[in-house]
Design a protein around this ligand. Structure first.
Ligand code: 13P
Length: 255
């Protein structure tokens, strides 16, 4: 099967699918290998061991990742999960800075920098999420907000070193998340191109090109193909449509 080696299909299950549902999903998922293209699912913390075991058992071509990580390695941080804990069970992928973490858990560009830097130092591969609110888009501030969300990581030496290697991005306009209102391919392409120009001016063309930028926000099998056809869109970060094995497979078939 031919496929685009740049493309990453990443599911973000958010607070869905405990261990039992995770096992059920992965026992029903039928995913043929594709040269170079990658599939990944960020599952709830409690379901990580179950997911790892099921993927290994069925030899599924799916990486399993965590949805969050604390920036300290241990200590008095009730309710949090550290890098060493994730590493201990065999997790190498983490999602950082999702807009729901920013909105409901008070994560800021500053704390997101701490997490990103720490995760990279500990050897994780990081998918860092950015994206503007509807009010920000409507007031013409999209590019300003994207720049603000990236400036700290682009100034940090540890992060800079890993762009295009273990650090990649997801552009998720907040107004498109869970709303059924997907960004138009033009809107997505424009934002991705702006983000890549920011990367290029700080890191140079080659690192900018090597950095994957995924689009997220109401991606479904009905709109994924057109988004992927646009230059600069290197895959999808998918919430709702990643929750059922059939629709995850349908997205995979479009790559
Ligand atoms: P939906 O695909 O459900 O809109 O969610 C997108 C998202 O937030 C993925 O991280």
């Amino acid at each position: 099967m031919t496929s685009n080696p740049r493309i990453l299909l990443a599911g973000n299950w958010k607070m869905n699918h405990g261990p039992k549902a995770t096992r059920e999903f992965l026992s029903r998922l039928d995913l043929p290998k594709k040269d170079g293209a990658q599939a990944r699912i960020y599952v709830p913390c409690l379901s990580l061991p179950e997911a790892l075991a099921a993927v290994e058992e069925r030899r599924l071509p799916v990486q399993i990742g965590a949805q969050n990580i604390h920036y300290e390695r241990s200590g008095a941080f009730t309710g949090e999960i550290s890098g060493p804990m994730l590493s201990e069970i065999g997790i190498h992928q983490v999602l950082i800075g999702h807009s729901e973490r920013r909105q409901y858990f008070a994560e800021t560009n500053e704390s997101i920098l701490l997490k990103t830097r720490s995760a990279l130092e500990q050897g994780f591969e990081v998918l860092l999420c950015i994206g503007e609110l509807l009010s920000e888009r409507e007031s013409g501030r999209t590019e300003t907000v994207l720049r603000e969300q990236l400036v700290r990581v682009l100034q940090n030496e540890e992060c800079k070193a890993h762009f295009g290697g273990r650090l990649h991005l997801a552009y998720e306009p907040v107004w498109a998340i869970g709303t059924g209102v997907v960004a138009t391919p033009e809107q997505a392409e424009q934002a991705h191109s702006f983000i890549r120009s920011l990367l290029a001016s700080s890191l140079g063309e080659s690192k900018a090109r090597a950095t994957k930028i995924l689009y997220g926000g109401s991606v479904t099998p009905a709109n994924f193909k057109e988004l992927l056809s646009r230059p600069g869109i290197d895959g999808g970060l998918v919430g709702g449509a990643s929750l059922k094995p059939d629709s995850f497979r349908a997205l995979w078939d479009l790559i």
